[in-house]
Design a protein around this ligand. Structure first.
Ligand SMILES: *Cc1c(COP(=O)(O)O)cnc(C)c1O
Length: 463
């Protein structure tokens, strides 16, 4: 027995050895910066941001061991020892036969979509990720969402909300024919559903159904360690397994995976495509030299690959991932306790504000989440991101806005970067805005790019 309880919100499992000062500019300066950025947080200068929760992608803090690894870069054009170490690490952790390095996750998505989709084939997924769906559609794939219904409802608090609906999967196979399905893309966890995990049982069952019909299953492994933590915490039979054992079992129910190292790899850049099939691997190697680089670096430097391999190994440490997930949960708990509508339950990497409920005075086509993100920045210098109608883009055929059920603002927590006190600042600002929500105003487009519009679009007030 001890007087302290670290189980609910564990303190940071690290000491801070190097710091980067941050400062908050004045409110009038923030108003000017927001206007200049066209009320799009992607267009803000990072210098003008106090707490940056835009993304957890590539914003991770590396460990002393990773920085030491950066000095061990073997910058050979071919056969770098860092590549050999990264390849070994990926094979050991994930259990795949072949690894193809890429500069980041979307590089791997490009390769996989190019080699595994024939125009007109369906690609089924548990919801979608922006760049993933872009590459699938660019290669002629027709995306079909087969996630369980609850995932589209922000307020239903059920475990493993990222699961695939087996009936939807079976129906798709029966109606379209297995030969017309390129593959099932299973994301662990599901970013756009709120960082919701997938259960081991679901992965096993999806793989069984797909194997029976000869349909391949590829995982989006980007957030697989967070997913493994939820399995250990909440799925029966996994409490005594290590994170490493759980990750290994997860990937045994797939034919390959794409991964962005910028998330659970705890690095700033990197990615890979993993495959078991020899023939697909051959094709992937043909394309990697065109798009990324030699099959022994794929757009990464030797030092990047060393840091990535070390980061992957560190990510499997229980203390690391427990703190990671529970720090995010702490922010979610503080907001929920104040009555702020968030996507339930809190996921692995972010708290998602439910902008429909937050801004009941705004119609979805007035971009409530986009506007909420802008006002949050103006209030406290906290940078978040819209994940709603703007991110969903327009239908390729009709030109109409996709109108996703989830209209959210994502507060994404970088790994090992901020403390619980930073989370309090964010919570206080969000709660203050919620209590004065009528100040959040409708927006209209002043510049709308044709693809992945959320990155560079500009807006102005519509009232
Ligand atoms: C970030 C992300 C990607 C894309 O990875 P990049 O490294 O940014 O190209 C793909 N899938 C998911 C789930 C992601 O979160």
């Amino acid at each position: 027995m001890s007087f302290m309880d670290l189980s609910k919100y564990p303190a940071e499992p690290f000491k801070i050895k190097s710091v980067e000062p941050v400062k908050m500019i004045s409110k009038s300066e923030r108003e000017a910066a927001a206007k200049e950025a066209g009320y799009n947080t992607f267009n803000l200068k990072s210098e003008d941001v106090y707490i940056d929760l835009l993304t957890d992608s590539g914003t991770n803090a590396m460990s002393d061991k990773q920085w030491a690894g950066m000095m061990m870069g073997d910058e050979a054009y071919a056969g770098s020892k860092n590549w050999i170490f990264l390849e070994e690490t990926c094979k050991e952790i994930f259990g795949f036969k072949h690894i193809v390095p890429t500069h980041q996750g979307r590089g791997a998505e490009n390769l996989l979509s190019t080699i595994a989709i024939k125009p007109g084939q369906y690609v089924a997924g548990n919801m979608y990720f922006t760049t993933t769906r872009y590459h699938q559609e660019k290669n002629g794939g027709i995306f079909v969402d087969i996630i369980r219904d609850e995932a589209h409802d922000a307020s239903t608090d059920v475990p493993f909300k990222g699961d695939i609906c087996l009936e939807k999967l079976q129906k798709l196979i029966d109606e379209k024919g297995a030969e017309n399905i390129a593959y099932v893309c299973l994301a662990v966890t599901v970013n756009l559903a709120g960082g919701q995990p997938v259960s081991m049982k679901n992965m096993r069952e999806v793989y069984e159904i797909c194997q029976k019909h000869g349909v391949k299953v590829f995982f989006d492994a980007t957030r697989c360690v967070e997913n493994a933590y939820f399995i250990k915490e909440q799925e029966e039979g996994y409490q005594d397994k290590t994170i490493k054992e759980i990750v290994h079992e997860m990937f045994s129910y797939s034919d390959g995976a794409t991964m962005s190292g910028k998330k659970d790899g705890i690095v700033n850049i990197g990615g890979f495509l993993a495959l078991n099939d020899d023939e697909l691997f051959g094709h992937a190697k043909e394309f990697v030299v065109v798009y990324e680089g030699m099959p022994s670096y794929g757009g990464m430097t030797g030092r990047d690959m060393e840091a990535f391999a070390i980061g992957l190994r560190e990510s499997l440490q229980f203390e690391y991932i427990e703190h990671r997930v529970k720090q995010v949960r702490y922010l979610g708990d503080r907001l929920r306790e104040a009555g702020v509508p968030i996507v339930e339950p809190t996921g692995g990497h972010a708290v998602f504000l439910d902008a429909r409920k937050f801004c009941p005075h705004l119609d979805q086509e007035q971009f409530p989440a986009q506007s909420l993100a802008a006002f949050l920045y103006i209030d406290s210098g906290v940078r978040s991101m819209e994940r709603g109608i703007v991110s969903a883009g327009r239908d390729n055929k009709t030109g109409e806005n996709h109108k996703p059920k989830l209209e959210t603002v994502r507060l994404t927590i970088p790994r090992r970067v901020y403390t619980y006190r930073h989370m309090d600042v964010v919570a206080d600002s969000v709660i203050g805005l919620f209590n004065n929500k009528e100040e959040i105003r409708p927006l209209k487009f002043v510049y709308e790019p044709p693809q992945l519009r959320f990155f560079t679009a500009k807006f102005d007030f519509a009232d």
